[in-house]
Design a binder for this molecule. Structure first.
Ligand SMILES: Cc1cc2nc3c(=O)[nH]c(=O)nc-3n(C[C@H](O)[C@H](O)[C@H](O)COP(=O)(O)OP(=O)(O)OC[C@H]3O[C@@H](n4cnc5c(N)ncnc54)[C@H](O)[C@@H]3O)c2cc1C
Length: 496
């Protein structure tokens, strides 16, 4: 039998994998990470993110722990608010329609702040998200929706800092090394079989952490589990997350868990490429729709654009767009909303039309029924409660009354030129179904017994997200469960 490659093998090199590797190393284990991608494309979906992370905090002092170089001027000019554990629990329960596994949610919420502090100790730096999560009111930034910090340099920064931390601690990373199968003798995990440099190899270890993403980049599995039409969705991030980790574990008897027909999917530039483009990152997204309206090919509205803060609706509205005729929609804004549009709307090459009248605008769109479009906007404008004041920082209750599909908040009329419309399709972020783990990160078999030596973290863990997702819980989940799985895998390996 060949010599062990390491005590612990971590499959993947995204946020969850790095947190697992650093945590196992902290226990004293020798750790090897396997990354399917070449180094220049490595880092998985984590690298495509904005690096924003949902975390429990109780005010500026907690933020100062995470961002020690916060200046007195920044503190003076900012209302950071709070985001309590109770709010995080509520958000998880509400958006998942009370289906999220309570044990996993408990860990996610109660370990969130400590885990970010641990990441800081590993070398990850955070800053407040001034650009996208706070609006200025009376000269002060005010955060809304509880989402307050992001990693320095966004997703690329996060992956660079984690890679640096891993290298400094002697963790090996083998790029272009795709894990294919688990080595399993029927009672314990013995390593993984990989393809590397065009050859098949067996890499032995005492324990293995699977942290290699969901199946969002696999059109065949998307169609099989998410349903018809999902084969044509665009992938927002990595092309390497094809469900390998889930498949490998299921093949040796692991239990499937969670919302296998569900996923995180957003409104995404209509003509974006099939997979994410690292040079563009998340800029194909279009997240200012709560301040405008959404229209389909028939010229009809089809969702409540202002049902909640963007953070709580964006992850399910990609699916709503996919379900429309032709699987596309247009986001429409007038002069009142244009100053509020996020930076991504300035992206060069966006599929966009602009006009001084709605008639001219719909003519330019070409693929929307003009009569339906003009009627929808007339009906919408007539239904807006004009007397209620618009306020983007709160759920302002400025709504419509009497429409089949109401708009609940931020319902400004669409009547002041110039008008702009942006064409969006569906961009899938990650899938919700995955493996069943216990609170120590151990993968469970179909009889709910831990598979000795097998752990999992990140997107491929099922049971946390159902139907929808509170924005920026993905990185936090990867970090919390990666850290737990790595610690368990390290301890298990050293005991063996
Ligand atoms: C455009 C975009 C923006 C996002 N923005 C945010 C945000 O701001 N905040 C947030 O919390 N979440 C965000 N998310 C979601 C977030 O990216 C994920 O929840 C999180 O990064 C998942 O981490 P992970 O480590 O599980 O997976 P990943 O980071 O995807 O890592 C999986 C790794 O496994 C590797 N891999 C796959 N198969 C194999 C194999 N067979 N062998 C070896 N390696 C393999 C991949 O190459 C990759 O390195 C965003 C996602 C996208 C796509």
């Amino acid at each position: 039998m060949s010599a062990p490659a390491a005590d612990v093998i971590v499959v993947g090199a995204g946020n969850a994998a790095f947190c697992a590797a650093l945590s196992a190393r902290e226990r004293g284990a020798k750790v090897l990470m396997l990354e399917a991608a070449p180094e220049e494309e490595s880092g998985g979906n984590s690298r495509f993110t904005a690096g924003s992370i949902r975390v429990v905090y109780h005010g500026v002092e907690d933020i100062r722990t995470l961002v020690p170089d916060l200046t007195p001027a920044e503190i003076e000019s900012t209302d950071f608010g709070t985001y309590t554990a109770a709010q995080f629990f509520d958000d998880m329960a509400r958006v998942t329609q009370h289906r999220a596994d309570p044990d996993l949610v408990e860990l996610l919420v109660t370990h969130s702040f400590a885990t970010l502090n641990w990441m800081r100790e590993q070398g990850v730096r955070f800053i407040p998200i001034y650009g996208r999560q706070a609006f200025k009111v009376g000269g002060r930034f005010k955060f809304w929706g509880g989402l307050t910090v992001e990693t320095v340099g966004g997703g690329p920064g996060l992956v660079a800092m984690l890679t640096d931390a891993a290298r400094k601690r002697g963790i090996g990373i083998r790029y272009q090394t795709r894990a294919l199968d688990l080595l399993y003798d029927g009672s314990r995990i013995e390593g993984v079989r990989v393809r590397e440099d065009g050859a098949l190899r067996e890499l032995r270890a005492q324990s293995v952490v699977l942290a290699c993403g969901g199946f969002e980049a696999n059109p065949e599995w998307r169609t099989r589990y998410l349903g018809p039409g999902w084969d044509v969705a665009k992938v927002r991030g990595s092309r390497f997350n094809t469900g390998d980790g889930i498949r490998m574990a299921l093949e040796i008897g692991a239990s499937a868990r969670g919302n296998w027909s569900g996923c995180h999917a957003v409104q995404w530039e209509m003509n974006a490429p099939e997979f994410g483009d690292l040079a563009v990152g998340d800029q194909f997204q279009k997240h200012s729709y709560p301040f405008g309206i959404l229209i389909n090919a028939d010229g009809k509205r089809f969702v409540d654009e202002g049902a909640d803060f963007r953070n709580y609706t964006y992850a399910k509205y990609g699916r709503a767009v996919l379900a429309q005729p032709g699987s596309y929609a247009w986001q429409l804004f007038d002069a009142q909303a244009l100053p509020l549009l996020r930076d991504e709307y300035k992206m060069r090459g966006a599929t966009k039309v602009r006009a001084d009248s709605l008639e001219e605008l719909v003519n330019k769109m070409q693929d929307v029924n003009p009569a339906g479009f003009l009627k929808s906007i007339r009906d919408y404008n007539a239904a807006v409660k004009r007397e209620v004041k618009f306020d983007p920082n709160i759920k302002d209750g400025k709504c419509t009354v009497g429409l089949t599909i109401e708009k609940s908040n931020w319902a400004n009329t669409v009547e002041q030129p110039p008008f702009e419309a942006y064409s969006v399709g569906c961009g899938i972020t990650f899938t919700f179904g995955g493996l069943k783990i216990n609170p120590t990160g151990h993968v469970l078999d179909i009889e709910d017994t831990p598979i000795p030596g097998l752990y999992a973290a990140g997107e491929l863990v099922g049971g946390l997200f159902y139907f929808n997702y509170p924005g920026s819980a993905g990185l936090m989940a990867g970090a919390v469960f990666g850290r737990i799985a790595g610690r368990s895998a390290g301890e298990f390996a050293l005991k063996r």
